[in-house]
Design a protein around this ligand. Structure first.
Ligand SMILES: CC(C)(COP(=O)(O)OP(=O)(O)OC[C@H]1O[C@@H](n2cnc3c(N)ncnc32)[C@H](O)[C@@H]1OP(=O)(O)O)[C@@H](O)C(=O)NCCC(=O)NCCS
Length: 225
């Protein structure tokens, strides 16, 4: 079933399609099936649901119905003229896709990142791996406000990594990225290390709905480097 509950996670021009796991056919292209030849049934299902969401988003943008192969580093390979990102978490799955040359009125998007996480705190040990000292200090000020900010750091950084990867092809540690949340606007800013070809900041938004945290990050064509 398609969910229409995550609108406004991205700027205008980005299409987000979200679905819950359901007993639907796999609907995969031969090269996608080939990439999943050794997958467990559960992994195959989540992969297929991701491709289904992605193709629906592409279709809504007037894009082609094509395979979205898996890149060497598991990154989805989008058809020319499109960027996107896929996430899944406990039966929930979503894909966001945009045109790199949009119609007038929308900003040109160079990269998209989408990540989802269950609403559950991280262990203190894991939070220390994900968050910098400044971020941990900020976390301490938000205790008791009912939001799993530690998990949101994880989610926001995961989305930023996916947004950057197709441009940088660089592995990053969580603490390479500095996230500042703006709870009033459900948004965040990601300060990046000095990486060739990428801007100095990314923008993002988050949503908390139906026991799932969702973070979306985007790179605008004109982002300052
Ligand atoms: C990419 C990564 C963050 C995915 O996060 P996750 O929480 O495990 O899983 P999600 O379900 O949200 O996302 C998985 C999807 O991300 C996409 N993805 C995987 N690797 C990717 C990459 N290198 N670049 C962009 N997208 C990628 C894929 O579409 C994948 O789904 P699929 O295999 O069915 O196509 C993780 O697998 C990874 O590679 N981590 C190493 C780097 C890291 O985490 N550094 C710290 C963050 S800064």
């Amino acid at each position: 079933m398609v969910e229409e509950t995550h609108e406004h996670l991205f700027p205008e021009g980005v299409i987000l399609v979200a679905r819950r796991d359901a007993a639907e056919g796999l609907d995969l292209f031969p090269e996608e099936l080939q990439a999943m030849s050794r997958a467990t049934p559960a992994r195959l299902r989540e992969f297929a649901l991701g491709r289904r969401c992605a193709r629906e988003a592409l279709a809504r943008l007037g894009g082609p119905r094509v395979a979205i192969p898996m890149g060497r580093f598991r990154d989805p390979v989008w058809p020319s003229g499109y960027v996107g990102s896929i996430t899944h978490c406990q039966g929930f799955c979503a894909a966001a896709v945009a045109r790199t040359q949009p119609e007038s009125g929308s900003c040109a998007i160079r990269g998209l990142g989408l990540d989802s996480e269950p609403i559950a705190s991280l262990s203190a040990e894991l939070a220390g791996v994900i968050c910098t000292a400044n971020e941990c200090e900020w976390l301490a000020t938000r205790q008791g406000d009912g939001i799993r900010w530690d998990r949101l750091f994880f989610c926001a950084k995961g989305s930023a990594y996916k947004c950057l990867f197709p441009t940088t092809h660089r592995f990053l540690e969580f603490r390479d990225l500095l996230v500042r949340f703006d709870p009033e606007h459900s948004s965040f800013d990601v300060q990046l290390p000095n990486l060739f070809g990428s801007p100095s900041h990314l923008l993002g938004r988050y949503k908390i709905r139906d026991a799932v945290l969702l973070a979306g990050t985007w790179m605008e064509e004109s982002a300052p480097s």
